[in-house]
Ligand binder design. Sequence first.
Ligand code: GLY
Length: 573
Amino acid sequence: MMIYSFKIRKSNYITLFLTILFFITTGCVHGQLGVNNSNQYRNGMVVCAYPDAAQVGLDILKKGGNAVDAAVAVQFALTVTHPQAGNIGGGGFMVFRSKSGKTNTLDFREKGPAGASANMYLDSAGNVIPDMSLYTHQASGVPGSVDGMVEAHRKYGKLKWADLVQPAIELARNGFKITKHLASDLNRTKAQFTKLNPGKTYLIKDGDWNEGDVLVQEDLAKTFELIRDKGREGFYDGIVADEIVAEMKSGKGLMTKEDLKNYHSVWRNAITGNYKGYKIITMPPPSSGGIALLQLLQSVEKYPLKRWGYNQDSTVRLVVEAERRVYADRSKYLGDPDFFKVPVDSLLKPAYTASRMSNFSWDAATPSTSIQPGTFVSYESDQTTHYSIVDRDGNAVSITTTLNDSFGSKIFVKGAGFLLNNEMDDFSSKPGVPNMYGLIGGKANSIQPGKRMLSSMTPTIVEKDGKLFMVVGTPGGSTIITSVFQTILNVIEFNQSMQHAVTSKRFHSQWLPDEVTVEKDAIDSATVTKLQGKGYKITTHGTIGRVDAILKTQWGYYEGGADPRGDDTKLGW
Ligand code: GLY
């Protein structure tokens, strides 16, 4: 009898042990069993838009680099491997949280050149000239990415600068195998590359690109050698600066050597908010994303989303109504804080949010008061790119960076081998006239020399109980804000694992146009019918956003979410 009961107890221990092991290895702290069980790492993690760039970041972490070192290497590697959005000819934002919980943000957003002016994209009748802010030499803001990386490294880097630039040189010079996505994006853009770069052959091939082709970029390798050897001066002065200015002159572009020399990124205090006990650390203006994200979270906080469930009728309605109001605010109050007094405190007051939501009714959709209807020209998801990185000490970096449209202006700097942004389109060319994302603006975001154009990029870090909890962000133009918002809700409210939260289908609404755009099957057909019955206009769209995120589990493991909508890759160790 004694022996028998001992056997039972022993088997109970074994069962208990196996159960605990299962929960640890599946990381189901945030629910959803069966999603990516081998997705947990102790020492660090990189999640970004291209496999070779993720490998570069991981190698840096393994060599003893910290999250900022890895970020610098990934930024440059993405310029080579993900030319749709990875860049040195564009800009971006970094949100940083140190292992001890100190936070900071770096604004390396592009700036309007000194020759820019409020009406520069208008014809003599005062109408916006189609595509002038998008596919011309005048469409580029002064790039900020190289200065941003130099600054980030100067303040927080551990490894030598040259070691962080070298992998990009090798990828550009030796080439790398392209994915199916990249091949198809290159083929789709071939006509525009050819038209806008007469006599140049960058990224253009006789015939079509195919998956597995090797892409070599020798001019870009040389540019990176100058950046490696001279740092900031390698880009904003000397040969590369001369090449940028020559390129500008060839197409009536505005950027001068003075503009390049005068460009400096800016450290800004993060803006923070709370959502049900979680602390949200995010990007201040000139991003609209941080404020909008905090407003959205505040707008829905008092409602029982968990009980309603993921993408159910009441959840969708509440989220859409919050988005409608927040995007309306964005159009009026947000711009570069160095030029326009953004009423950050007023926008984030709980009483203000409550008053905004007070006319939300369950009877029917609130019609968006139309200034002028916007149209979504495109929601391509690979404009802009985001990467999330954590290191073994617990430092975390959340960076979103962009050329604006996919491949930016599609114009290469001759001899330097990189693409220029078309970020000037993120300014308001004319009050009330929508930009390529259907976003409307006014005085706050008018064009001025030296001013930064308003952005939707929302790199974000979330804390729980004073500890790192999540690193998150995405590309997707105006859908960035809503994709980050929904990913956070997916984890906190709907108990999804990081990968599940990233993979989950999304929907988007932005006041104007007055519609809800949904990914296929994001909302079931019965719910769609109910929503339509209440006055919501639902349109289906291919994909929304490409979220790359990392969760720190309560067991201290990093769990990644790499968006399956693209080539996004998570690597850890
Ligand atoms: N260019 C897209 C954004 O910054 O929002």
